[in-house]
Design a protein around this ligand. Structure first.
Ligand code: GDP
Length: 297
């Protein structure tokens, strides 16, 4: 279960306040220390934790809270609101072009879940909006990547444009977009190559694809289970490509929650979707408020 440890620790941190008619400065200090430790243990970015604790402390220290009715309940509410704010406040929809096709470029490290997420998103648009997406296989370094996209395409009944592994990815994208135009597809997903870590060559290639395709959405896919590495990856991709949105995958296996809580605050870019399983239907819109409630348990 996601956030298992964090939920338990936050609940414990706030339990000691419950039942107190009045919360003293030292009670508050102890609680804030525990919240801070809980967040750090959940692998939340250090600066994010610092800002978060400072804001909650300032708000909670207000006389109205400490001396008012039910201070514990009010502090829980403040933590809930600030968690929501840290994660971006409200859900951010997928960017959409005013004329078809809307072009979505999927980027991220190898294994993060790009291909799976492209399939999940295409499937969602197809079933919910009756959209007609096309997926372009632009990862020419791993033949298995193309096969995987083709398999996903068959599974969700979405066409895949591929030219094998011998053509330059930028040329594949150019021809794929021409095909989409010809077939009047309303969405195009570009499944790009990933590496085990960020390198210049990959970034240059992605920049060239971006320049050619002018994507409406550059969707960075990051693996929630990698915690602060996911945050560093997000910063790296965002610096080079100015991404427009983030999809956080494998939340089903993430017991800590550090990536979900840090990415928005560190990069300024919204988490738009979360993946919580391997099935094509395992994709949800990211709602910061619901996530905050879930974290608080
Ligand atoms: P890519 O290299 O970035 O294209 O990554 P893939 O799409 O091939 O995904 C890598 C692995 O992660 C695959 O085995 C996927 O089934 C798995 N995966 C992707 N998203 C999720 C998710 O949200 N939850 C779980 N449990 N597995 C996922």
């Amino acid at each position: 279960m996601a956030f298992e440890g964090l939920t338990e620790r936050l609940q414990n941190a706030m339990k000691r306040l419950r039942g107190k008619g009045k919360v003293s400065e030292s009670d508050l200090r102890d609680t804030m220390r525990e919240i801070r430790l809980a967040l750090l243990e959940a692998d939340v970015n250090f600066d994010v934790v610092k800002d978060f604790v400072k804001t909650v402390r300032e708000r909670a220290a207000g006389a109205k809270v400490l001396e008012g009715l039910n201070p514990a309940q009010q502090i829980v509410k403040i933590v809930d609101e600030e968690l929501t704010k840290t994660m971006g406040e409200t859900a951010t929809p997928l960017n959409k072009s005013t004329k078809i096709p809307t072009i979505i470029m999927m980027v991220g490290l190898q294994g993060a879940g790009k291909t799976t997420t492209a399939g999940k998103l295409a499937n969602r648009l197809k079933t919910e909006d009756k959209a007609r997406p096309l997926m372009i296989a632009a990862d020419v370094y791993r033949p298995a990547a193309i096969d995987q996209l083709v398999t996903v395409g068959k599974q969700i009944d979405v066409p895949v444009f591929e030219m094998g592994t011998d053509t330059d990815p930028v040329e594949i994208v150019r021809q794929g977009l021409a095909k989409a135009e010809e077939d009047h597809n309303d969405y195009v997903f570009i499944d790009t190559a990933g590496r085990l870590q960020i390198d210049e060559q990959l970034m240059d290639e992605l920049a060239r694809i971006k320049e050619l395709a002018h994507p409406d959405e550059i969707m960075l896919v990051v693996d929630a289970m990698t915690g602060q590495n996911a945050v560093a990856t997000a910063e790296g991709f965002n610096d080079k490509l100015d991404v427009t949105g983030v999809s956080l995958t494998k939340l089903d296996g993430d017991t800590r929650g550090g990536a979900a809580l840090s990415i928005r605050a560190v990069t300024g870019k919204p988490i738009k979707f979360v993946g919580e399983g391997e099935k094509m239907s395992d994709l949800d819109v990211f709602h910061p408020d619901r996530m905050a409630s879930r974290i608080l348990g």
